[in-house]
Design a protein around this ligand. Sequence first.
Ligand code: 6PG
Length: 241
Amino acid sequence: MSTRWQTYPTVEEAAGNCCRFILARLEEALSRQKPATIAVSGGSTPKLLFRDMAASGFDWERVHLFWVDERVVPPSNSDSNYRLAEEHFIIPARFPRPNVHRVHGELWPKAAADQYTRDIQEFFSLSGGAFPHFDVIHLGMGVDAHTASLFPGEPLIEDHERIASAVYVEKLKKWRVTLLPGVLAAAKHIAVLTAGSDKAEAVRHILEDPYDPRRFPAQLISHRRDVTWFVDTAAASLVSI
Ligand code: 6PG
């Protein structure tokens, strides 16, 4: 498999196809082992994806849910990525709560990152510097080509050792917790869902500029074998894919 770019007329169609892709990869994983694992991103675009996943009728009992990143806020806060997923996916899909592994954003940033790292290490029975191999990781991309909570210029983009870290996002003046590049690289499948004309410049950078993830963090995953981009025509308007 190579890096695949799939373009759709609308964000709804991109999200629907991204959902079908994710469910197919989870079913494949479940034919080999149980449970399957997925880590999802936040922001606003995922709302459409979450709704499709919730409406799919998939048997979520066999899946464990993690996050790619989280804002360091309580789960009830409107900025919480957990809250976004709870509202649009976990509750409507009746996702089993014991299978939900949220980042405890209510803690201090480093404590939240350390606890999340321990949770992942325990769930995947990891020791030493081993990484989890998520069956699926869902990513988005910001207008500045950030992904997860790895923003341009962030030194953690070069951290290929650890699983997760707290990160202070200067431009947002906010703390976050994010999975790090080694975990993204270890994923069996990555699905990137990005849409809107405001993302077109970032898509062009990812596709056409030399590899420089410090400038364009989403390039961390764009050069991988097993990543599929789901974009709408607006986000793809400056490139030919
Ligand atoms: C977050 C996300 C972040 C997101 C991008 C794109 O916590 O904000 O994890 O990395 O994927 O900001 O978000 P949109 O797709 O909503 O523009």
